[in-house]
Write a protein that binds this ligand. Structure first.
Ligand SMILES: Nc1ncnc2c1ncn2[C@@H]1O[C@H](COP(=O)(O)OP(=O)(O)OP(=O)(O)O)[C@@H](O)[C@H]1O
Ligand SMILES: [Mg+2]
Length: 483
């Protein structure tokens, strides 16, 4: 029995050194890195290849991935590595720090999870790796990905996110998990308040959606976390929109990182995504939205809005017109947030109306359509929002509603994308026919919204808390600022 086969059935115990001899195959196509103008090493790569693309003939095994993890990939339906996996994994197995840029839905999670799990197999220990994510739902999803990929080795993960009770999380930490997936604010709370918990022996830090985590909103918290992590560690930064601005990256204190970039720039979308704009008079936005919902009835759609109020109002409006719509935003309780996402994933609801709390990272393969009811505040957010569809080689459609006030934002997005969006055809008369029914639903939605606001702060209320002055947000609630 070869050594790989032997530890396929083994369980990670936390301290065993029996896993030391993992044969590492050199990856046949790993290219010699060269310096780019930032002084970082980079790898020149082909672009425009989506996850699930079958043209790659390399296997995970040929990348140097051990048998038990290859088996888990097969069980998940991963036949061949995606381009980012093909490029990142060999460098990671060589022990390099990584900056990974690849389009939405292209398999970045496994690109960082597999090398971490493989290193964990070699030298199991508690608190081996920390994965930071900007939103709570994404943290849960990443933990599930680690558990699925590490299923044959019984990897133990703990999720530390705001909006959930501290005590069960402290108990989970007491069980010495190998992998911790956290949102920054809650992790810091645990580092400061949970007895016996420290990350002094951490080996791997991963920042998923790293550009978001390294932006100003999270700045102070991330700096505090970085201060208590050992400098002797591997660090991976991944995102679909990570620029090579040195100042940002230096903050994460990478050591001689390899930049692995499957996108040619930070504003690239996958070729299987069809993007449209629809010109809509501001006063008729609701009507046009209902028209779109009718046109796409039966399909699974995410509608993005700019505010919590609009999200809640549209969900009520659509529901009163008979659509299976459910809201997701940062003012819901965490169990309501997870519940909404769960129902949408399970397809018991076809429309998720969401703020930007759902813009990044969420992987829901069934999503056919993304609608920007409000245009996003910046082009990066546009890339992430529309990337909730057309994932893993699938096709998808994104329609952005543009009013007379939004032309400039649309132009900015088009300039960043380097292409013009096509106009989505709509017949004004067809839309206006819906007027009466939508008027009635709007009145109903306003009434329900008023009730929700009156109940706010009371037990069982759907909308939580009272409005807080800007800048006084609890660190636990960082992702509420996404709406
Ligand atoms: N090698 C593979 N073959 C087929 N499917 C894969 C492979 N690797 C990952 N996937 C699937 O592709 C989907 C997208 O992966 P993932 O969520 O990691 O994308 P991402 O690059 O992180 O996207 P985002 O930028 O939106 O976070 C997931 O459903 C995942 O299971
Ligand atoms: Mg991701």
């Amino acid at each position: 029995m070869d050594s790989e086969h032997r530890f396929r059935k083994r369980k990670l115990k936390g301290t065993s050194s029996e896993f030391n001899h993992v044969p590492r195959k050199k990856h046949a196509v790993a290219r010699a890195p060269h310096e780019n103008e930032d002084g970082h090493e980079s790898v020149a790569l082909p672009s425009e290849v989506a996850a699930g693309n079958e043209t790659s003939t390399l296997t995970f095994k040929e990348l140097g991935i051990i048998e038990s993890l290859c088996e888990a990939c097969t069980a998940l339906g991963y036949k061949t590595p995606t381009p980012i996996q093909k490029e990142a994994i060999p460098l990671a197995l060589q022990g390099r720090d990584l900056i990974g840029l690849a389009q939405t839905g292209s398999g970045k999670t496994a690109a960082f999870a597999l090398p971490v799990l493989q290193a964990l197999m070699e030298k199991p220990q508690p608190y081996f790796s920390l994965i930071l994510a900007p939103t709570r739902e994404l943290a849960y999803q990443i933990s599930q990905a680690f558990e699925a990929l590490g299923s044959l080795i019984n990897v133990r993960c703990a999720v530390l996110v705001g909006g959930m009770e501290m005590v069960p999380q402290s108990i989970a930490l007491g069980k010495k998990p190998h992998i911790i997936v956290a949102t920054p604010g809650r992790l810091l709370d645990h580092l400061e308040n949970t007895k016996g918990f420290s990350l002094r022996s951490l080996k791997y830090l991963i920042m998923d959606e790293a550009d978001r985590l390294l932006d100003l909103d999270f700045g102070a918290i991330i700096d505090k976390i970085l201060k208590v992590l050992p400098r002797e560690r591997r660090t991976y930064l991944f995102s679909a929109t990570i620029s090579s601005k040195l100042e940002t990256l230096q903050r994460a204190s990478l050591s001689n990182p390899a930049r692995v970039s499957v996108s040619s720039n930070e504003y690239q979308v996958v070729s299987t995504l069809l993007m449209y704009y629809m010109f809509v008079p501001f006063m008729h936005k609701d009507l046009y939205l209902v028209h779109l919902a009718n046109e796409h009835a039966g399909q699974s759609a995410i509608i993005f809005t700019r505010t919590v109020n609009t999200t809640q109002r549209l969900a009520i409006l659509l529901r009163s017109l008979g659509f299976g719509a459910i809201p997701l935003h940062g003012q819901l309780s965490q169990s309501a947030r997870l519940g909404a996402l769960g129902k949408f994933r399970a397809r018991s609801r076809d429309i998720l109306v969401a703020t930007d709390v759902a813009a990044r990272g969420l992987d829901i393969p069934s999503v056919d359509l993304v609608v920007n009811f409000d245009l996003p505040p910046d082009s990066k957010t546009y890339i992430h929002r529309v990337g909730r569809t057309a994932r893993a080689g699938k096709s998808g459609k994104a329609i952005s509603m543009v009013t007379q006030y939004d032309c400039e934002i649309l132009q900015r997005i088009e300039a960043a994308l380097g292409k013009k969006l096509k106009e989505f055809p709509s017949e004004r008369e067809e839309v206006m026919v819906l007027g009466e029914r939508v008027d009635e639903a709007q009145r109903l939605a306003i009434g329900e919204m008023k009730d929700l606001h009156d109940q706010r702060g009371t037990r069982g209320a759907t909308l939580r808390g009272r409005r807080r002055p800007a800048g006084r947000r609890g660190r636990d609630d960082m992702d509420r600022e996404e709406g």
